[in-house]
Design a protein around this ligand. Structure first.
Ligand SMILES: Nc1ncnc2c1ncn2[C@@H]1O[C@H](COP(=O)(O)OP(=O)(O)O)[C@@H](O)[C@H]1O
Ligand SMILES: [Mg+2]
Length: 310
């Protein structure tokens, strides 16, 4: 089985993301999987109707893999990496996760639009419009309010705004410096302050779940923001909520974030198509790369069986 991983950083970098790629390479080697890592920039996307079984990497044609595993969120240089994913997808490579779900889920507003349309629980969310109508936000979303950049990851673009002054200061700053940025305003789920659940799902099955807790006084529970992690036993109802979220968004490898609700139960904070797993493997007895490769093998065997009988 041949797998390519799409990753833009240096794989020796001291980041969680690079560590996870190294885990994929080590486990791949142990399992006899042929794994290679490429940056989107190494590809040249030549489109014609003749060469359909190779792609240009560093200017040279390379035979296609069985699977592509994109691990570069489409934030910086997003269009190019999406185009690489689409090219391989259109040539018949099985992509985990596919370009359509990556695009929909990278946009937090779009994610909430899809989830709400399917009747799944999400905090009230409004797309920002300038000049901001503060009273309207107070009326429909409430205060304090959570402000998020549309495409943020790892907690970097998420703010809890607790006073009118802080809200006006932030909006003024944005209008002055970056008026084109897209933001959402979201109902603050106070009981979930500094804690949430991360559920890791592969092909509709929950592999593991952890509770994340922010540093004392913190509001964001992300592991990458220094949050602590513990295994969490999901009840049936919450497990179904997480699975349904991944299913509705059509994510094959999903990290679903759930917020605790006042009256028990959970509401959906967001979904991730590039879920990290360093924290999860620390908290739970789970081997994420192994589970992903096993899932790929099952798919490949089914595909080969089908083509033999066809
Ligand atoms: N509406 C909310 N109410 C309470 N806490 C929130 C809310 N939205 C986000 N958080 C906290 O902020 C963290 C980061 O938010 P999230 O939307 O998951 O952004 P990111 O994509 O950057 O991880 C969450 O894990 C959670 O701890
Ligand atoms: Mg998150």
């Amino acid at each position: 089985m041949k797998v390519w991983i799409l990753f833009s950083e240096d794989i020796e970098a001291p980041t969680n993301e690079a560590y996870e790629i190294r885990r994929f390479m080590t486990i791949g080697r142990e399992m006899g999987v042929d794994v290679k890592v490429f940056a989107p920039e190494q590809f040249d996307l030549l489109v014609n109707d003749e060469e359909r079984d190779t792609v240009l990497i560093n200017g040279k044609p390379q035979e296609l893999p069985d699977f592509l595993l994109p691990r570069t969120p489409p934030v910086e240089n997003g269009y190019f990496s999406l185009a690489v994913i689409r090219q391989l997808e259109q040539m018949g490579v099985h992509v985990y996760n596919d370009s359509a779900c990556i695009e929909a889920v990278a946009d937090k507003m779009h994610t909430h639009q899809i989830l709400a349309a399917k009747g799944l629980p999400t905090p009230s969310t409004m797309l920002a419009k300038f000049p901001v109508d503060f009273e309207l936000i107070k009326e429909h979303i409430g205060f304090p309010v959570v402000v998020k950049t549309l495409l943020g990851v790892n907690g970097t673009g998420v703010f809890l705004i607790e006073s009118d002054e802080a809200f006006h200061d932030l909006m003024n700053l944005i209008e002055e410096t970056n008026p084109d940025i897209q933001l959402i305003f979201q109902k603050y789920i106070a009981v979930s302050k500094g804690r949430d659940l991360r559920v890791f799902i592969v092909d509709g099955k929950v592999l593991a779940c952890m509770e994340r807790r922010a540093k004392p006084g913190g509001f964001k529970a992300n592991f990458s923001q220094g949050g602590s992690v513990n295994e969490f036993k999901l009840d049936k109802e919450t497990e179904e909520l997480a699975i349904k979220t991944a299913e509705v968004l059509n994510i094959q490898i999903a990290g679903i974030d759930l917020l605790f609700k006042e009256d028990g139960g959970f509401t959906i904070c967001e979904a991730n198509t590039f879920p990290g797993f360093r924290g999860l493997e620390k908290a739970c007895d789970v081997n994420i790369p192994e589970a992903v490769y096993n899932s790929m093998r099952t798919k490949l065997e089914a595909r080969e069986k089908k083509s033999k009988t066809a």
